[in-house]
Design a protein around this ligand. Structure first.
Ligand SMILES: Cc1cc2nc3c(=O)[nH]c(=O)nc-3n(C[C@H](O)[C@H](O)[C@H](O)COP(=O)(O)OP(=O)(O)OC[C@H]3O[C@@H](n4cnc5c(N)ncnc54)[C@H](O)[C@@H]3O)c2cc1C
Ligand code: FES
Length: 281
């Protein structure tokens, strides 16, 4: 079920808080209303508008899989007013959400294809739900590769989960950092430096799902296309400043589209020529 009044925020309670990095936390939350708790549906890649009373509102992606019921997860980087207020909250505290909003990553349409997930920093959060959904349905896909890059080892989100994924023999996981430290024994370099090992040259049959800072996404997409990915098979999720989240205010306009309703998921083929994308360096 979708929340009936799309402007109306509903209270949710924090079940648990997990510290991902020095500035990022994952909140496992659940609606206080029992009916909403059991019937809340969302799709992989959608977001909710999160609010704290007296502070404000911001869009946050749902980072859990739609297959998980009774709760959902939000992974939040402390970056401003609302996210700082959220970071102060603890187990059993209450805040508000409305949604879910936006389109979603394709899923059934990708059955039988090989998938490459490419993400940077907190960009793993918006695609984590899709990764978890794919892993819950692993037999429906060919090769699954996860490429992840963070600035430093301390900035790696979902460390435990990445370590669990690395242990699986039915997927390949590649993690890199821009700058290592004394303890880091892994790869060093931008996430695109993983392409030689992880992606090679694709025959045009794989689908890539990409999320990260704008510059990373742009060069990640260009690199994939150079390696044989079709532009419409490179799928990105965008962030823009939002107010209403439902296509009314125009704040999230990009190339004549509204990220909140036409996106946040777009193919590279659809957005590469938008001036907002061309001018990202
Ligand atoms: C679809 C979508 C999904 C998202 N998912 C997540 C998620 O899963 N996790 C997450 O942590 N974040 C996510 N974000 C980003 C998050 O919504 C923003 O970072 C939001 O601004 C945080 O709100 P805030 O009140 O904490 O920060 P703000 O007070 O809005 O400030 C955040 C930063 O932006 C700057 N800023 C504020 N307003 C403007 C403006 N008008 N123009 C330029 N700069 C400005 C501030 O100076 C500050 O550096 C998502 C955004 C979108 C659109
Ligand atoms: S946020 Fe208002 S139109 Fe998209």
């Amino acid at each position: 079920m979708r929340i009936s009044n799309e402007y109306l925020p509903y209270p949710i309670k924090i079940i648990s808080v997990r510290e991902e990095t020095h500035d990022t936390k994952t909140f496992r939350v659940s609606f206080i209303d029992e009916d909403l708790k059991n019937s809340f549906n969302y799709k992989q890649g959608q977001f909710v508008q999160v609010s704290v009373l007296g502070v404000g509102e911001a869009p946050i992606s749902i980072s859990s899989s739609p297959g998980e019921r009774g709760f959902f997860e939000l992974t939040v980087r402390k970056s401003g007013h609302l996210t700082t207020a959220l970071h102060r909250l603890k187990q059993d505290d209450v805040f508000y959400v409305r949604g879910p909003y936006g389109n979603s990553f394709p899923f059934e349409e990708l059955f039988g294809r090989s998938l490459v997930f490419v993400s940077g920093g907190i960009g793993l959060a918006p695609i984590r739900g899709m990764i978890r959904l794919v892993l819950e349905n692993r037999e429906r896909f060919k090769d699954v590769k996860i490429l992840y890059g963070a600035k430093t080892p301390d900035d790696i989100c979902f460390k435990d989960e990445l370590a669990e994924w690395e242990k699986r023999d039915d997927i390949s996981v590649y993690v890199t950092v821009d700058r290592g430290d004394d303890k880091w024994k892994g790869r060093v370099g931008l996430v695109t430096s993983l392409y030689d090992d992880a992606v090679g040259v694709d025959g045009g049959g794989s689908v890539a799902i990409v999320c990260g800072p704008p510059v990373m996404m742009k060069f990640a997409a260009i690199g994939l296309v150079k390696r044989g990915f079709k532009k419409d098979d490179v799928i990105l999720t965008l962030e823009r400043y939002m107010k209403c989240g439902i296509g009314k205010c125009g704040h999230c306009n990009i190339g004549g589209l509204y990220v909140c309703v036409d996106g946040p998921v777009f193919s590279w083929g659809r957005i590469e020529k938008f001036p907002e994308i061309e001018h990202v360096f």
